[in-house]
Design a protein around this ligand. Structure first.
Ligand code: ATM
Length: 246
């Protein structure tokens, strides 16, 4: 499999959706073939399940877990695997790290069960790089709430608030303690797999996060050629001082 799989993880309001889009746009500018997906979603079943999962309709935590996994296996089978096999870059706005964090650490479901379901639903595909946009839940939730309101310019140039449709309330209405546990779940995964997970401070400006992400992605996509050992120099090159013998 020649492609590269990059996932963004983190709590509400951390900027995953923005950064996934920014990265996909940059890859498109460079004419690097890329597929941008979100979880849950990206397929007919996935979008249907997303609506249900984000609503406040009744759902046991066990069923919630299975629905996220059902959405995942559909997305992996129909889009992610074929794209990777085709040598494309896949950028995912959330992946199995969210299940470990929310259903495992947040809801308290058994982590071994979650790992084996993740393994099944991902068809054993794991992201090569995961950017964890880390943020205190107090800040993230505030941000996520403010995204609900968009503004437009009125006839006299004034700003008029537009009500956006709320996608749902299942996760937004959970107490802060839940979101703190989920954050711990993300951090634990990042600490357990430091070669795969990159922790990014999501309090930074969008452009700073974009640059930090791009540095890592560029290194993976266009690794610098290994430096050739230099022949020993006998004379000091211009403008450079030899260390003084003491
Ligand atoms: P967003 O795509 O808007 O982040 O919403 C998806 C919600 O589903 C999100 N809610 N919060 N907070 C996290 C949640 N979720 C899970 O609980 N488990 C999962 O496996 C996934 C992919 C998402």
């Amino acid at each position: 499999m020649a492609g590269l799989f990059i996932a963004f993880e983190g709590g509400e309001g951390a900027g995953k959706t923005t950064q996934s889009q920014v990265l996909a746009d940059r890859l498109a500018e460079l004419e690097v073939p890329c597929l941008l997906v979100r979880e849950p979603g990206g397929t007919e079943l996935g979008e249907y399940l997303r609506d249900y999962l984000k609503s406040d309709r009744p759902l046991s935590r066990e069923a919630e877990l299975l629905l996220f996994e059902a959405a995942r296996v559909e997305l992996v089978t129909s889009h992610i695997l074929p794209a990777l096999e085709d040598g494309r870059i896949v950028v995912a706005d959330r992946f199995y790290g969210s299940t470990v964090a929310y259903q495992g650490y947040g809801r308290g479901l058994d982590l071994d069960t979650i790992h084996s379901l993740n393994h099944f639903a991902t068809r054993s595909v794991a992201p090569d790089l995961v950017f964890l946009l880390d943020l205190a839940p107090e800040v993230g939730i505030q941000r996520a709430m403010s995204f609900q309101t968009a503004f437009t310019e009125g006839t006299a140039g004034e700003l008029v608030a537009l009500e956006r449709t709320r996608e749902g309330t299942r996760f937004e209405d959970l107490d802060l303690a839940f979101h703190h546990k989920a954050r711990q779940g993300f951090l634990a995964q990042a600490e357990a797999e430091p070669d795969r997970w990159v922790q990014v401070n999501a309090m930074q400006a969008v452009d700073e996060i974009r640059d930090e992400v791009w540095d890592r992605v560029r290194d993976r996509l266009f690794p610098a050629p290994a430096a050739k050992p230099r022949a020993a120099r006998k004379t000091a090159p211009q403008g450079e001082l030899w260390p003084q013998a003491t």
